[in-house]
Design a protein around this ligand. Structure first.
Ligand SMILES: Cc1cc2nc3c(=O)[nH]c(=O)nc-3n(C[C@H](O)[C@H](O)[C@H](O)COP(=O)(O)O)c2cc1C
Length: 212
């Protein structure tokens, strides 16, 4: 098996973390850098990630997160929060950053900026948020693979009340909305009902169709 397949077989949605084990700063930074490098539509990176270690905040989030133990027992809780809208200011911020970092203004890129400004203005706030949320999920996927490569366990998590988490982390004020969370840490096999169960996936033919 290739390395990446081994890692994907190793990882699982951890149900019980060892609260005594902490992910090192180095490994955490690798996972966060993988998130930062994840591709997004038009390169907007329309989300932010909050690394929550504060015990009080995590207890509050657990209370609105189906009381899932991973929220408080993991080493770090990553909260992915999407832009609540893709505004002209936000589009311009990213296009200006591109020009600044590349050190030149490209005509084609500027034409695309205008086109994108038109698209996001026309489709409205909800569709923009939905699009931003999808981009956050791409970063979530990249983070999970990165964590597996670091030997760090992780649980993707949608089982929480996003509006309540937004309130706990004051996300509305920052024009963000929580969409998914990723507690990371180290598995505690005793007490984890999933750790020894077979990984269940649809068969290749059931999932993949080749059209030559
Ligand atoms: C977007 C998303 C949300 C999920 N939400 C939760 C959750 O709230 N709690 C949980 O324990 N597992 C959650 N899971 C884990 C899935 O149930 C799990 O990934 C799936 O059953 C496949 O199993 P595996 O990840 O162990 O291979 C979520 C997974 C994804 C991708």
């Amino acid at each position: 098996m290739t390395d990446v397949i081994d890692k994907l077989n190793w990882r699982y949605a951890t149900k019980k973390f060892d609260p005594a084990k902490t992910v090192s700063d180095e490994k955490l930074e690798h996972i966060l850098e993988a998130i930062r490098l994840a591709p997004t539509s038009s390169g907007l990176q329309p989300f932010e990630v909050f690394v929550v270690t504060n015990p009080d905040l995590r207890a509050k989030i657990q209370a609105v997160g189906w009381n899932q133990g991973q929220i408080t027992e993991s080493s770090h809780l990553l909260v992915f929060a999407a832009w609540d809208d893709i505004t002209a200011d936000r589009v311009n911020m990213m296009f200006d950053l591109t020009n600044e970092q590349r050190g030149f203004i490209n005509e084609g890129w500027e034409a695309y900026r205008k086109q994108l400004l038109g698209i996001v203005a026309a489709r409205g706030q909800q569709a923009n948020f939905d699009s931003a949320a999808r981009q956050a999920y791409i970063a979530l996927g990249v983070a999970m693979v990165a964590a597996a490569f670091e030997g760090v366990d992780a649980t993707p998590m949608e089982g929480f009340d996003p509006a309540a988490v937004d309130q706990i982390l004051s996300l509305k004020e920052r024009k963000l909305r929580s969409v998914v969370m990723l507690p990371i840490g180290y598995r505690q096999p005793e007490g984890d009902w999933l750790v020894n169960l077979k990984k269940v996936r649809r068969s290749r033919p059931n999932l993949i169709t080749e059209i030559a």
